[in-house]
Design a protein around this ligand. Structure first.
Ligand SMILES: [Ca+2]
Length: 412
């Protein structure tokens, strides 16, 4: 009897252990199912992914739009934090102020401290350190450019039926034809390839000469061909005029991506007299001219938005205005931020930026969300209802919901 009781006891013990283990297994399976369901639900919500999840996993929001939005990206060059009216500047920028007041001002927005790296990140959504462009811009004498195996923003937008236009500065390489904008995704290109030049003659200064009046040669192109008949046309006016022509001639059955990359307000300090006249009260002639350049650019932006309205595109346009880096020391102001262009202080890398669009849910607001220039690639590809699955790993994030709803992720 004693043996029998011991055997029965052991059997009961085994059964109890089995039940306990099975309960553990069942509980674990149940938890895993709950986790999967929660994760799926989370990924499909409209909660913003700004700093935590890759943009390509999100596709909500944009599907609610009637058609793919036109995207107009206006990039100013070396434009300082304190050189816009709504940051307290004395410089007259009524058009930029009005557009910003109708949209969302991005007040915690960052760029790179110099030209080419910011532009590369805009074009690829990837940090410039990944392709050897960390420390400098692309200079005229180097056989260098944005690597050809990088997928560009206009290429992705073209894949999604967009007509793609670049007007203005490229600065991402030109030593072989394969590096020209017309080979990197732009249907049309009208502008210049290097970092800066004379605003009227469109000739590039000789960087090795002590004589500021010595030039390499003409740097103004229509597609791949030199433009010979615009000597004397101020580039801000020329590029605004080209942009409005493109807008008026655009096939409205297709979505448009217009990258208007102003030469303004990069050196040299040059502006037509009628703008300089407005700042005659200033003693510093460099600040006089710089201010005039800013006001000319402001007027040009106003004219481009008028063209968008006149041609019936405005209501379905997302307009982004951004600088590529902070003001240089010579004339602009980044106050109260420390530092200048070429520095990693806030004055070099915290940029003026706003988004204006009828598609925004919270217009007339200011956003403190942390946003970087590399974020535009996944954000705009998503707006175009494209996918970033076939790109190299991105550093940028889709920030459309942060901007559209002016909201932070609810879980941070
Ligand atoms: Ca720049």
């Amino acid at each position: 009897m004693e043996v029998k009781a011991r055997v029965v006891g052991q059997v009961l013990h085994i059964i109890r252990q089995f039940m306990l283990n099975r309960r553990t297994v069942l509980v674990s399976v149940f938890c895993v199912i709950l986790l999967v369901l929660w994760q799926s639900t989370f990924l499909l919500t409209d909660i913003d992914s700004t700093h935590f999840l890759k943009a390509s996993r999100f596709d909500t929001g944009a599907k609610n739009m009637k058609s793919k939005p036109h995207i107009v990206f206006i990039l100013a060059d070396d434009y300082g934090w304190n050189d816009i009216g709504y940051h307290g500047s004395f410089i007259q920028t009524p058009n930029l102020d009005r557009l910003a007041s109708e949209g969302v001002k991005l007040e915690n927005y960052y760029v790179q401290p110099i030209c080419s790296p910011s532009r590369e990140q805009l074009m690829t959504g990837r940090y410039q350190i990944r392709y050897g462009l960390q420390h400098s811009v692309i200079t005229d004498d180097r056989p260098h450019g944005l690597p050809l195996d990088e997928v560009t923003l206009p290429q992705k937008l073209k894949d999604n039926d967009y007509s793609t236009y670049l007007v203005g500065k490229w600065h991402l390489g030109f030593f072989r034809k394969e590096y020209l904008p017309s080979r990197r995704g732009f249907d049309k290109f009208y502008g210049f390839l290097t970092g800066g030049e004379d605003y009227w003659s469109h000739r590039r200064p000789n960087m090795y000469s002590q004589d500021a009046s010595e030039y390499h040669g003409l740097d103004l192109r229509d597609q791949d061909n030199p433009v010979l008949d615009q000597n004397g046309t101020y580039s801000t006016h020329l590029f605004a005029r080209k942009a409005t022509e493109i807008i008026s001639q655009h096939d409205q059955d297709k979505p448009m991506f217009l990258y208007l990359s102003f030469q303004a307000v990069h050196a040299p300090l040059q502006a037509p007299d009628k703008y300089v006249e407005r700042y005659r009260n200033l003693k510093n002639t460099a600040v006089q001219k710089y201010s005039a350049m800013v006001t000319a650019m402001d007027e040009a932006v106003g004219n481009v938005t008028i063209a968008l309205r006149d041609n019936g595109l405005w209501d379905n346009t997302v307009l982004i205005f951004s600088t590529d880096n902070g003001a240089r020391r010579s004339a602009g102001s980044n106050w109260p931020l420390r530092g200048w262009k070429n520095t990693l202080w806030e004055g070099g890398i915290r940029g003026v930026c706003f988004v204006t669009s009828e598609l925004l849910e919270k217009k007339g607001t200011t956003s403190e969300a942390l946003i970087h220039i590399s974020d535009w690639f996944p954000t705009l590809v998503r707006l175009a209802r494209g996918s970033t699955q076939d790109t190299k790993p991105l550093d940028g994030f889709d920030v459309w919901n942060s901007i559209r709803y002016n909201s932070y992720p609810s879980f941070c």
